[in-house]
Write a protein that binds this ligand. Structure first.
Ligand code: GDD
Ligand code: MG
Length: 376
């Protein structure tokens, strides 16, 4: 069975991180977002994954695997991974048509994923449910509190979708499209080789024809394409990790990952790379991910935060609900909070107060930022 991952969006809502790396290769729990998905697909027996790429293709190619290993031989995944490069952005449906020769080659259903969703990826259950109802498509759904930023689904008791409304302006329901699908190759006949939204142009028609079913996701789910949601997803993922619902391991040869750590100066869950260093007088957690080469200094306090590779939190700094970008530094006695996101190589000098700031790469900050703002 084949799968396609839509890795082409611009990732603007995850800036400043996506100024340094395409969204699918931004690390989440010390592993590229897309790698969480590829590993789950491999476990479910998928033998070929197509990456539908249009944005920063050269950066994607550098970071993404080609069959049978990642470029540079970093990872062994044991499946074929190909890339399908768009000349213009084809939206969320067009890329399926572009990859028709692969997706339609064996007559079997194929899986499609948005690249920014995190969950336990229950593909086996999805495949079984899809084959049992026998119609053209199945989408996974989940309940959320704020449905207006998603695609909303209304279905009957058997899971047959009656309505699909993308980003509804008025309340339709709270069960939403989780961005994980399985389709029969017949769907390819509905899609033109042109920019097309699967959510706006294809799903509503399939629903009208009774060809689209939905299946509820059993456990946690989050679209991590925006900083507040990235952190919410991190909290969910870490508790799934602590209860054994996800493994947190990487494939053989992975340079990232880590393990849940315990000790007097950790309040779990804290997931830490083995090369990171935390001073024994710091207090870290709950809900912290610490990447490779990171350090947390004496007396520092860090909670609900991700530190990307090489990030440094200096002595006595206080950090909460923030993302510290690659090789960035938080100075001594600094206070960082309220979804502050530091791009790559940002320096916060000592004793500053940073509240809800998004700071672009390579900036040195010398003054307080007391109200949420973007620093160019
Ligand atoms: N190859 C390619 N080409 N991929 C694209 C393109 C394109 O032109 N445009 C978007 N994508 C990819 C994005 O990278 C992402 O993986 C996926 O398609 C969805 O795009 P987003 O921009 O993340 O959409 P969204 O989050 O607003 O909404 C979508 O996801 C929600 C769940 O997270 C929709 O599918 C909603 O219905 C859904 O509820
Ligand atoms: Mg998204």
């Amino acid at each position: 069975m084949k799968a396609l991952i839509l890795v082409g969006g611009f990732g603007t809502r995850l800036r400043p991180l996506t100024l340094s790396a395409p969204k699918p290769v931004v690390p989440f729990a010390n592993k590229e977002i897309v790698l969480h998905q590829i590993e789950a697909l491999v476990k479910a027996g998928i033998d070929e994954v197509v990456l539908a790429v249009n944005y920063q293709p050269e950066k994607m190619m550098e970071a993404f695997p080609t069959s049978p290993t990642w470029v540079g031989g970093k990872l062994q995944l044991g499946i074929r991974i190909s890339t399908s490069l768009e000349e213009e952005p084809l939206g969320t449906a067009g890329p399926l048509k572009l990859a028709e020769s692969i997706l339609g080659s064996d007559g079997e259903p194929f899986i499609v994923l948005n690249s920014d969703v995190i969950c336990t990826f229950p593909f086996e259950e999805l495949i079984a449910f899809h084959k049992a109802h026998g119609k053209e498509g199945t989408i996974m759904v989940t309940k959320v509190e704020e449905p207006s930023k998603y695609g909303v689904v209304v279905s009957d008791g058997d899971g047959k979708i009656e309505r699909f409304v993308e980003k509804p302006q008025v309340y339709v329901g709270n069960r939403i499209n989780a961005g994980i699908y399985i389709f029969n190759p017949a769907i390819l006949e509905r899609i033109p080789l042109a920019p097309t939204s699967i959510e706006k142009k294809i799903f509503p028609v399939m629903a009208d024809e009774g060809q689209l079913y939905c299946m509820d996701l059993p456990a946690f789910w989050m679209d991590i394409g925006q900083p507040p949601d990235y952190l919410k997803g991190m909290v969910m993922y870490l508790s799934a990790l602590a209860s054994g619902d996800v493994s947190g391991e990487g494939p053989s040869g992975a340079t990232f990952v880590g393990s849940l750590v315990e000790g007097d100066n950790f309040i779990g869950p804290v997931f830490m790379h083995p090369d990171a260093v935390v001073d024994e007088t710091a207090l870290v957690g709950p809900n912290v991910v610490i990447g490779p080469g990171c350090s947390i200094g004496a007396g520092a306090r860090v909670q609900r935060t991700t530190l990307l590779a090489g990030a440094k939190v200096k002595a006595h700094a206080w950090v909460k609900s923030s993302i510290i970008g690659w090789n960035s530094t938080v100075g001594r006695w600094a206070r960082l909070q309220n979804i502050s996101v530091l791009g790559e190589d940002v320096k916060i000098t000592d004793e500053l107060y940073i509240n809800g700031a998004r700071i672009l790469p390579h900036k040195t900050i010398k003054d307080d930022i007391p109200t949420p703002s973007i620093v160019m």
